[in-house]
Design a protein around this ligand. Structure first.
Ligand code: G4P
Length: 294
């Protein structure tokens, strides 16, 4: 569910998150593998500071496997535990509880030294809307938990879900807002459908996608739209014209013509964006570690 975030919502969501995090041992941060940086909220570092953290790259079925591997090693080199998951099928999710258990070993040791029996590992799933938090909670719970409205600031009674023998998961995820301030980040979020459609200009998003594909995913672009020749981008003023030329070719190949035979750019752009979201263009990752925004 896409919602508008206003300063009041953000402040309330942050306060709620801080309260939730007090009750837990491990923060499980969920991001979208297609945009592993744009789908993070930098606030996580502040509010989860001091707690062990597990990073899950979700929707791996939709992302470029080579880019996903690059992101995994990028974070691992910085000491973060990372799992690659597909919450829809459950791929990669069975080892989450084990990793969480490893992350709590120090806490448990301390408790045992003091003569206490350690409680189960308490974890919370946290992320921006649409990254797959509810899908993952349902998957780990093994049943359908009521969909949590992504309404900032709405409080609901929360419960702990048992996952395996060692972990307890809070049934309501922590929801943070996406980052809107950087236009590049906005485009990446919009391309994947993570932000409200009315806020978007399809032409701008399609332009971004075509430009990226010309740089990195040329075969997929040529194949999908039956393009025999693709221009090379040279990072100069002519690039824009080359991309508009491609819009013309794609529009024609998809029959997006207006009276007089002119290409309907709005319809062409919408087709490109929907093709990306429905994976008709293949599994594309929209950012690499070198282009990360936070
Ligand atoms: P949220 O709680 O973080 O807001 O996200 P939610 O679980 O509602 O998931 C958002 C959309 O992403 C859902 O699709 C969900 O099925 C899909 N999704 C979650 N994890 C994965 C994954 O690993 N791979 C793929 N391919 N999709 C995933 P939807 O179309 O909005 O809803 P639905 O039609 O599936 O109900």
């Amino acid at each position: 569910m896409n919602i508008q975030w206003y300063p009041g919502h953000m402040a309330k969501a942050k306060r709620q998150m801080i309260e939730k995090i007090k009750q837990i041992d491990v923060v499980i941060e969920l991001v979208d593998s297609r945009i592993p940086s744009a789908s993070r909220n930098p606030l996580v570092d502040e509010i989860a500071s001091g707690k062990p953290r597990l990073l899950l790259l979700n929707k791996i079925d939709m992302a470029d496997p080579a880019a996903t591997a690059a992101w995994k090693s990028y974070h691992e080199r910085r000491g973060l535990a990372v799992h690659l998951v597909n919450s829809q099928t459950g791929q990669g999710t069975s080892s989450i509880a084990g990793s969480v258990h490893q992350l709590t070993s120090q806490r448990r040791k301390k408790m045992e030294e003091k003569g206490f029996k350690p409680h189960p590992d308490r974890a919370l799933i946290l992320g921006i809307p649409n990254v797959g938090k509810s899908t993952l909670i349902n998957r780990l719970a093994g049943k359908k938990i009521a969909k949590i409205g992504d309404r900032p600031g709405v409080t609901t009674a929360q419960q702990w879900i048992k996952v395996g023998k060692t972990m307890e998961l809070l049934d309501t995820p922590g929801i943070l807002w996406p980052k809107f301030d950087d236009p590049e980040v906005g485009l990446r979020l919009a391309a994947t459908g993570a932000i409200k459609e009315e806020l978007l200009d399809f032409q701008e998003i399609a332009f971004f996608l075509v430009q990226l594909m010309l740089q990195r995913y040329r075969n997929q672009l040529a194949e999908r739209y039956h393009l025999s020749v693709l221009p090379e981008l040279n990072r100069n003023d002519q690039d824009q014209e080359k991309i508009i030329g491609l819009f013309d070719a794609i529009g024609k190949s998809r029959g997006c013509l207006m009276s007089g035979g002119l290409v309907d750019y709005d319809r062409t752009a919408e087709i490109i964006v929907r093709d990306y979201r429905h994976q008709k263009l293949g599994c594309l990752t929209l950012e690499l570690p070198a282009e990360k925004t936070i």
